[in-house]
Write a protein that binds this ligand. Structure first.
Ligand SMILES: *[C@@H]1O[C@H](CO)[C@@H](O)[C@H](O)[C@H]1NC(C)=O
Ligand SMILES: *[C@@H]1O[C@H](CO)[C@@H](O)[C@H](O)[C@H]1NC(C)=O
Ligand SMILES: *[C@@H]1O[C@H](CO)[C@@H](O)[C@H](O)[C@H]1NC(C)=O
Ligand SMILES: *[C@@H]1O[C@H](CO)[C@@H](O)[C@H](O)[C@H]1NC(C)=O
Ligand SMILES: *[C@@H]1O[C@H](CO)[C@@H](O)[C@H](O)[C@H]1NC(C)=O
Ligand SMILES: *[C@@H]1O[C@H](CO)[C@@H](O)[C@H](O)[C@H]1NC(C)=O
Ligand SMILES: *[C@@H]1O[C@H](CO)[C@@H](O)[C@H](O)[C@H]1NC(C)=O
Length: 257
């Protein structure tokens, strides 16, 4: 018989593995195919300067630029509409340090996390509805208890409402909305969230969210949870468990995810 310590270790190990393998990834990213000339350190220098600027702000959204053409770099981060300043800052720090490691010579990149997203590029993109790059993330579990078609119909309807509400914007200037609904008659709760970059117009925000939902079905049909980051313009996510705080940022800081 195995040593009891070994047995305990095996149990602990397989338990931990089961948890990890069922988890969704922490982040996903996309590096631009275009590389900056690696002979020149100027772009990277400007990028580091930009990251330091963005790293030291306290808001839920910021965009900035550093350097001059042809090595000018543009960057933007956006935190999820319901997270605290503290979580936002920690997420942005993780995002900026991860993306420069993952895409060290790229002219641009996009990274999406639970609580924030970050994008940089050598081409200006502020305030524009752009449909690339795209980053997808999904929950590996499939939806059960209903057909994919009727599930997607509910998901779609829910996001159409979110698109209208988010596009209106709130008193904080955020374009963020969540909605909880049922995807089966009995229970089966669906939680959905949509957010646009606050620098998008309302019309572009609505279009962006609708477009994201189409991509959502293309990438992740039948999944019990999925996310699309449509460039830095907007992002959508749904799950069958609650993943957001039930009040937007700013209203109360004492109860959070
Ligand atoms: C961005 O970088 C790519 C790759 O180096 C280059 O081809 C393109 O001209 C650059 N665009 C601008 C606006 O600098
Ligand atoms: C951002 O700030 C944190 C904490 O001050 C620091 O550890 C990190 O290196 C900074 N990241 C960048 C990209 O400047
Ligand atoms: C940032 O990364 C650290 C270290 O991996 C982790 O503990 C922390 O939870 C991350 N923060 C966010 C907001 O994801
Ligand atoms: C994101 O993650 C999945 C694996 O979970 C991968 O297949 C996909 O290509 C990744 N990249 C993007 C840009 O979504
Ligand atoms: C989900 O469904 C797909 C397609 O039917 C299947 O290939 C996959 O193995 C399923 N995944 C899980 C985690 O059950
Ligand atoms: C989602 O709903 C909208 C508005 O009702 C509709 O135009 C669109 O085709 C639907 N998309 C899908 C994938 O069902
Ligand atoms: C979802 O189903 C539960 C249980 O039947 C019900 O109490 C709740 O009102 C339903 N919610 C919605 C949004 O339909």
């Amino acid at each position: 018989m195995a040593d009891p310590h070994t047995f305990l270790l095996i149990v602990l190990f397989s338990f931990q593995f089961a948890i990890i393998s069922a988890q969704e990834p922490l982040f996903n990213f996309s590096c631009s195919d275009e590389s900056v000339n690696s002979q020149s350190n100027q772009y990277r220098y400007n990028l580091d300067g930009l990251l330091q600027k963005l790293n030291s702000t306290d808001s839920a959204f910021d965009e900035s630029t550093a350097g001059e053409s042809p090595y000018q770099v543009y960057g933007l981060y956006l935190c999820r509409g319901d997270v605290t300043d503290q979580i936002c800052r920690s997420c942005v720090q993780n995002a900026t340090s991860t993306i420069v490691n993952k895409c060290p010579t790229s002219a641009g990149a996009l990274i999406g996390y639970d609580y924030c997203m970050f994008r940089f590029s050598n081409v200006s993109f502020f305030g524009e509805l752009e449909s690339s790059p795209i980053v997808y993330m999904w929950n590996p579990a499939n939806i059960t208890g209903t057909s994919i078609d009727s599930f997607e119909q509910v998901v779609n309807e829910t996001f159409m409402e979110i698109a209208v509400e988010a596009a209106e914007g709130d008193w904080l200037g955020q374009k963020f909305a969540t909605k909880e609904t049922n995807y089966t008659a009995k229970n089966g709760n669906l939680y959905a969230l949509g957010q646009c970059s606050p620098d998008l117009s309302s019309a572009d925000c609505r279009s962006c969210l609708k477009l994201s939902v189409e991509y959502l079905f293309q990438c992740c049909g039948g999944k019990s949870g999925a996310r699309v980051f449509l460039s830095s313009s907007c992002n959508v996510r749904y799950e069958i468990y609650p993943f957001y705080a039930d009040r937007p940022r700013g209203q109360s800081y004492d109860k959070h995810v």
